[in-house]
Design a protein around this ligand. Structure first.
Ligand SMILES: NC(=O)C1=CN([C@@H]2O[C@H](COP(=O)(O)OP(=O)(O)OC[C@H]3O[C@@H](n4cnc5c(N)ncnc54)[C@H](OP(=O)(O)O)[C@@H]3O)[C@@H](O)[C@H]2O)C=CC1
Ligand SMILES: O=C(CO)COP(=O)(O)O
Length: 334
């Protein structure tokens, strides 16, 4: 069984190394020649992981034709690139493949969940099924083989198990699930909460505030996810509260880092003008804002993050406005 990992960034590299560790036939496809040579010649991906040595057997290429005969295609590119890369892969595939999505976000124009994007972009004769492999997992820790648990979620239970078997080992434990809606919505919206958590830290707020954010943020994720048919129980698992905790509390999280900078500077301008990293929560905040308004879903934290990112609202004002808002809601006469 051959697996092609599309994307030689941090998560693609860490997941491909896991497959290599497992003795699987795996190739990484990437667009950055320096990254590819670094993996093949130095057994490193210095841009993301500094001096960390990768499994020396891991191979990478800039030739998309390497994907032609893959049985499993892992999509490890930002959500904005999912549709174009899936169409490129579809054009050259020789047989049906299991598409594994690991990105956390939505289609930038249609707002679709990424499993739907894949289903709508691959011709039926090239698509066995779609599996989302998501959960609390910073690439920086998986690449050094820290103990990690994530979910393989699919409408096709058999292929979720196939992905579970491919990736599972002594440091990566994979659970399977079928609630695609709840899992993907949780994993996407937690990025907005991680930006919020970073902002609060940057503003100087500490543990009490972060606990409040995580708890109330989870409620928003549940409200949004169940509105679209996700199961409440899913949000108590790895793709919900698990992923929310890891990104809201970890300095590895680029969403948290983005928020931290915005909070420290009490302004968003500098971040928006200079950021070059993958910060999925920025676009997700805009999509959640629009959809929540259309559908009448109460998302106060997401709304304040939208106001900061897109309407120039001062971050410190958002934090205090949220507190007053909650008081008014709980005690209307106060
Ligand atoms: N990093 C992590 O710990 C985790 C990330 N994720 C999710 O995985 C997704 C990918 O993130 P991550 O790996 O961190 O991002 P990175 O920014 O680390 O890497 C993204 C990679 O995708 C490449 N890329 C972009 N567009 C294309 C394209 N059209 N074809 C091929 N390659 C492309 C980039 O190349 P270039 O730099 O040349 O543009 C880069 O190598 C995100 O949705 C993220 O939320 C999920 C769990 C953990
Ligand atoms: O999703 C992640 C960990 O589960 C990675 O988070 P960041 O994209 O914020 O780095």
């Amino acid at each position: 069984m051959k697996t092609a990992v599309i994307g030689s960034g941090s998560w693609g590299t860490a997941l491909a190394q896991t497959l290599q560790d497992n003795g699987q036939d795996v190739i990484v496809y990437g667009v950055d020649d320096r990254e590819i040579r670094d993996i093949n010649e130095n057994h490193k991906n210095s841009k993301y992981f500094g001096d960390i040595q990768l499994n020396p057997g891991l191979r990478a290429t800039t030739d998309i034709n390497a994907v032609r005969d893959a049985d499993v295609v892992v999509l490890a590119v930002p959500s904005i690139a999912i549709e174009p890369i899936v169409r490129e892969v579809d054009a050259i595939l020789e047989k049906p493949a299991v598409f594994v999505n690991v990105a956390k976000g939505f289609h930038p124009v249609t707002n679709e969940r990424l499993s739907d994007v894949i289903r709508h972009s691959v011709r039926p004769e090239h698509l066995s099924s779609v599996v989302s492999l998501i959960g609390p997992s910073h690439a920086e820790e998986v690449v050094i083989r820290q103990l990690t648990t994530i979910d393989a979620v699919s409408q096709n239970e058999e292929d979720a198990k196939l992905v579970q078997n491919l990736f599972s080992n002594g440091y990566l434990r994979i659970y399977t699930g079928t609630d695609e809606v709840g899992s993907e919505l949780g994993a996407a919206i937690k990025n907005v909460m991680a930006i919020a958590s970073g902002i609060l830290s940057g503003l100087g707020y500490q543990d009490n505030t972060r606990a409040a954010l995580i708890t109330r943020g989870l409620q928003e994720m549940i409200r949004y996810g169940t509105h679209f048919g996700g199961k409440e129980q899913t949000f108590m698992g790895l793709t919900g509260v698990g992923d929310l905790i890891v990104t809201c509390t970890s300095p590895h999280s680029r969403n948290f880092q983005a928020g931290y900078q915005i909070g420290r500077e009490n302004d968003v301008k500098n971040f928006l003008e200079n950021n070059t990293k993958t910060v999925e929560g920025v676009r997700t905040a805009k999509i959640v804002h629009r959809v929540a308004q259309e559908e009448g879903i109460d998302m106060p934290i997401c709304e304040e993050i939208y106001q900061i990112l897109y309407e120039g609202k001062e971050p410190s004002l958002c934090a205090s406005d949220l507190m007053v808002r909650q008081l008014k809601k709980e005690f209307p006469d106060a």
